[in-house]
Design a protein around this ligand. Structure first.
Ligand SMILES: Nc1ncnc2c1ncn2[C@@H]1O[C@H](COP(=O)(O)OP(=O)(O)OP(=O)(O)O)[C@@H](O)[C@H]1O
Ligand SMILES: [Mg+2]
Length: 300
């Protein structure tokens, strides 16, 4: 059974997408894992980091994006449905075992989703609130369930916002990984995420565990950076901080222009080498968490 891992921080621009695509690529290419990347962001950055806009336009035309799955899951229509296996794009960037579920620039807005939910609540003679909560609890679980056995890891690339889709994605996850910059506002983003998770845990709706915090833009060791790292280590435990840090490296950003993660585009770049080291540390941390779990994690 595959494990679903949210790559999440409620602060924008901290490297969530870059971690998702590079870590996913290394896990598939170097570690032989079957990996699915799911682009939850309407900015579709993960999708466009791995395929040219023309490919994406074609997928959209064929309705092979997450939007289709979101719509048909909420509608639960009896009409022919496109199964998730057919929506996924296989062996992206020609890496065997690396698949992507493309994002979409539309739909995830709560206002638009509420129209679908209103219709559903009338059909089911339920209150709007009941239907909304049920969609929040189940949307991503239902979408991912048919492919849980096909993958070792499903990595979810989050937007920095808090929406029905992102809450549903957290509820469908076994673990979460937090990319961060050693800056105070990154800590604020982690705080917001933790308070959302606390609410879930208090109502016994989510059991996802932190896999750790990865620093994604190591630059000069300023006193501010040291202070932020120290604070996070104190708050979450030193073992929660990944030893691998990703250096600031222009090649990481430049790779996006070639629609490939830097680990494929320029493997000798310092950023690429750091990502290659992140993958084994990620698997080691995952292994530790799984051994600690009694009994082993069960499917949703
Ligand atoms: N190690 C790095 N060195 C240099 N640039 C980087 C590095 N990591 C990420 N970047 C660049 O920083 C920007 C933000 O990174 P990224 O898009 O991964 O953040 P994000 O958290 O996904 O942002 P958002 O919240 O908008 O989804 C991008 O332009 C990316 O190419
Ligand atoms: Mg992003």
């Amino acid at each position: 059974m595959g494990y679903v891992v949210s790559i999440v921080n409620m602060k924008g621009g901290v490297g969530k997408t870059t971690v998702t695509v590079n870590l996913g690529t290394c896990l598939a290419r170097d570690r032989g894992k079957r990996v699915l990347i799911v682009d939850l962001d309407t900015q579709v950055n993960a999708t466009l980091s791995m395929m040219p806009p023309l490919y994406f336009a074609k997928l959209k035309q064929e309705r092979r994006t997450l939007k289709t799955l979101v719509e048909q899951t909420i509608r639960a229509s009896t009409q022919p449905r496109l199964p998730v296996q057919d929506v996924v794009y296989r062996d992206i960037c020609q890496v065997k075992g690396l698949d992507i579920l493309a994002g979409d620039v539309e739909l995830y807005d709560d206002f638009l989703l509420s129209a679908l939910i209103e219709t559903k609540s009338q059909q089911h003679r339920q209150s709007f609130e009941q239907t909304w909560n049920s969609v929040e609890n189940n949307l991503l679980r239902v979408i991912l369930k048919p492919v849980l056995n096909r993958y070792d890891l499903i990595l979810l690339d989050f937007p920095p916002s808090d929406t029905l889709v992102t809450r549903s994605a957290l509820l469908a996850s076994h673990f979460y990984l937090v990319p961060a910059r050693a800056e105070p506002l990154s800590v604020v983003g982690i705080g917001l995420l933790e308070s959302r998770l606390r609410q879930f845990r208090e109502s016994d709706r989510a059991k996802l565990e932190m896999l750790g915090i990865v620093f994604t833009a190591r630059g000069q060791a300023t006193s501010m950076a040291t202070k932020v790292k120290h604070r996070l280590a104190q708050e979450f435990g030193a073992e929660q901080i990944f030893k691998t840090e990703i250096p600031t490296n222009v090649e990481v950003a430049r790779a996006v222009d070639d629609f490939q993660p830097v680990v494929l585009n320029n493997p000798s770049a310092s950023g690429a080498k750091a990502y290659a080291n992140l993958a084994p540390e990620f698997l080691q941390k995952l292994g530790q968490r799984l051994r600690r779990r009694q009994p082993p994690a069960t499917a949703h």
